[in-house]
Design a protein around this ligand. Structure first.
Ligand SMILES: *[C@@H]1O[C@H](CO)[C@@H](O)[C@H](O)[C@H]1NC(C)=O
Ligand SMILES: *[C@@H]1O[C@H](CO)[C@@H](O)[C@H](O)[C@H]1NC(C)=O
Ligand SMILES: *[C@@H]1O[C@H](CO)[C@@H](O)[C@H](O)[C@H]1NC(C)=O
Ligand SMILES: *[C@@H]1O[C@H](CO)[C@@H](O)[C@H](O)[C@H]1NC(C)=O
Ligand SMILES: *[C@@H]1O[C@H](CO)[C@@H](O)[C@H](O)[C@H]1NC(C)=O
Ligand SMILES: *[C@@H]1O[C@H](CO)[C@@H](O)[C@H](O)[C@H]1NC(C)=O
Ligand SMILES: *[C@@H]1O[C@H](CO)[C@@H](O)[C@H](O)[C@H]1NC(C)=O
Length: 418
């Protein structure tokens, strides 16, 4: 088994493979402990950062960050990357988690797996999107495994599973024509066949919300609760909301305006990655500064202006770690194809998932998609909706405190209909 396993690994996924002995899950499928070691690629990254020439002055009129990442931001991030960033230290932190890989349908799937001490812990699958990674959940994994109490006084703790989506970090690049439902099926196999859970809960944001929503509707005997921070349905315009008799609070008005702005002037990357993924993929694959501009702009533009101060841990260092992970794993080009492979991944026609399982939703003020409760309720059995005054598109990083609290409410809604 070991021999065929190794033969199937694309070379790009072998670095960092741990020498530790494989673990056999209860049905003998193989899960392999995995240790992140990208150190040998760091010198080239630093050379590339150092040698990239940036213009002295903005080439186009200086509009701050309104027309894309500000040159001044790019320069100061570059300086920080070269002088005040330590990949070894980040890698040590990353390796404090238990990482594994397994082979499902011919794809290497990388995942973090942290179990609670509690025997009645709820298995919880956490799904990132683009330009995220498993790093989005690093601040909340340990807390979720610890026993806590829900608002209704129930004890709750989780076994936490954080996979890398196909194409991201250490998971294989997706095959041609691979879709969100394919990823959902593979992750359901991971939770049921490989890790041997009968039922589990799923959280998803960005593309992860599409995968989570598919799991919620299509795997309704195993997925017994879903929690989303984004929906795979396009938000409505203000006139469309009005036509549905949906009125908005001031916080919701702000979020709606942010969404309309994303739609009007912030979706260029979305169209590019849907229509010409290879152009942007190849353009940036070997350019850390290019990836910093393309990805870093999203981290900056889609998060709370107070990012990096409590409760946010989305510091400059966290952004540089995320971009470094994309560069060092050589996964930028494979990460963007999810858009091209799922041109209808976000739908304008809302449909209700065929499940009686509870759906929870967390909205964050600076996110770039907003769905009032009445819209989320069109997608499933909405039992809890919370809207937060701080945080944005990467809640695990820019409002981990609220996200943990909300996720624990899965415990309040767990069990009744299992
Ligand atoms: C879980 O159990 C291990 C081993 O018994 C112990 O070292 C650890 O402190 C426990 N963690 C929690 C959160 O209770
Ligand atoms: C992928 O989908 C396209 C369009 O449907 C089809 O023409 C092509 O044969 C498919 N490729 C594979 C490898 O299945
Ligand atoms: C064990 O898991 C593998 C991998 O998901 C699956 O293909 C296989 O059918 C499972 N075998 C049994 C006996 O459950
Ligand atoms: C986004 O733009 C598209 C057309 O480009 C439009 O159909 C859609 O209604 C807009 N949505 C929002 C929320 O502004
Ligand atoms: C909105 O409210 C108006 C007036 O009460 C009503 O006629 C209409 O049917 C409502 N529309 C929807 C979509 O509920
Ligand atoms: C974010 O991007 C929008 C356009 O999508 C722009 O109007 C806005 O100024 C940007 N804001 C920041 C803080 O970068
Ligand atoms: C699961 O979905 C099927 C239809 O796809 C439906 O018939 C069934 O009632 C659903 N089960 C639950 C538990 O919601």
């Amino acid at each position: 088994m070991r021999a065929s396993w190794v033969k199937l690994l694309p070379l790009s996924c072998l670095y960092g493979a741990s020498q530790g002995s494989p673990i056999h899950a209860r049905n003998n499928s193989l899960i392999q402990p995995f240790h992140v070691d990208l150190s040998s690629r760091v010198p080239r990254m630093l050379d590339q950062i150092q040698n990239t020439k940036l213009p002295a002055q903005p080439v186009y009129v200086d509009t701050g960050s309104a027309k894309g990442i500000a040159l001044s931001d790019l320069k100061s991030f570059r300086e920080e990357w070269l002088t005040d960033f330590d990949w070894e230290s980040e890698q040590n932190d990353i390796n404090k988690f238990n990482h594994y890989t397994t082979l499902i349908e011919g794809l290497i799937i990388h995942f973090i797996y942290e179990k609670s001490n509690s025997s009645d812990a709820i298995p919880l699958l956490l799904l990132h999107g683009w330009p995220g990674s498993f790093l989005e959940f690093a601040p909340i994994i340990d807390q979720l495994t610890e026993q806590a109490t829900t608002a209704t006084g129930k004890k709750v703790s989780f076994d936490v599973i954080v996979p890398s989506l196909p194409g991201f970090a250490f998971s294989s690049a997706p095959p041609v024509n691979w879709t969100v439902p394919d990823t959902a099926r593979v992750f359901n196999t991971l939770l049921t066949d490989v890790l041997k859970y009968n039922t589990y809960a799923v959280f998803g944001t960005d593309w992860g919300s599409g995968i989570a929503y598919t799991l919620y509707g299509q795997y309704n005997t195993t997925v017994r609760a879903a929690h989303l921070a984004f929906l795979p349905f396009f938000p409505l315009t203000p006139p469309e909301l009005a036509a549905e008799n949906i009125t908005l609070t001031p916080l919701e008005e702000f979020e709606e305006a942010n969404t309309v702005e994303w739609n009007n002037s912030g979706e260029g990357y979305f169209t590019e990655q849907t229509t010409k993924p290879n152009t942007i993929g190849l353009a940036l694959q070997d350019s850390p500064i290019g990836q910093l501009a393309w990805i870093g702009e999203k981290f900056l533009n889609w998060s709370d202006p107070n990012a990096g101060t409590y409760p946010s841990v989305l510091t400059h260092n966290a952004i540089l770690t995320s971009v470094s992970l994309y560069y060092l794993t050589e996964s930028f080009a494979s990460s963007v194809v999810i858009y091209a492979q799922n041109p209808n991944g976000f739908s304008s026609v809302y449909s209700k998932a065929t499940t009686d399982a509870p759906l929870l939703f967390s909205a964050f003020k600076y996110n770039v998609g907003f769905w009032p409760p009445a819209l989320v309720a069109k997608a499933g059995n909405l039992v809890l909706y919370r809207n937060h005054e701080s945080g944005g598109h990467f809640p695990g990083l820019d409002n981990p405190v609220a996200l943990v609290e909300d996720l624990r409410e899965v415990g309040s809604n767990w069990g009744e209909s299992v």
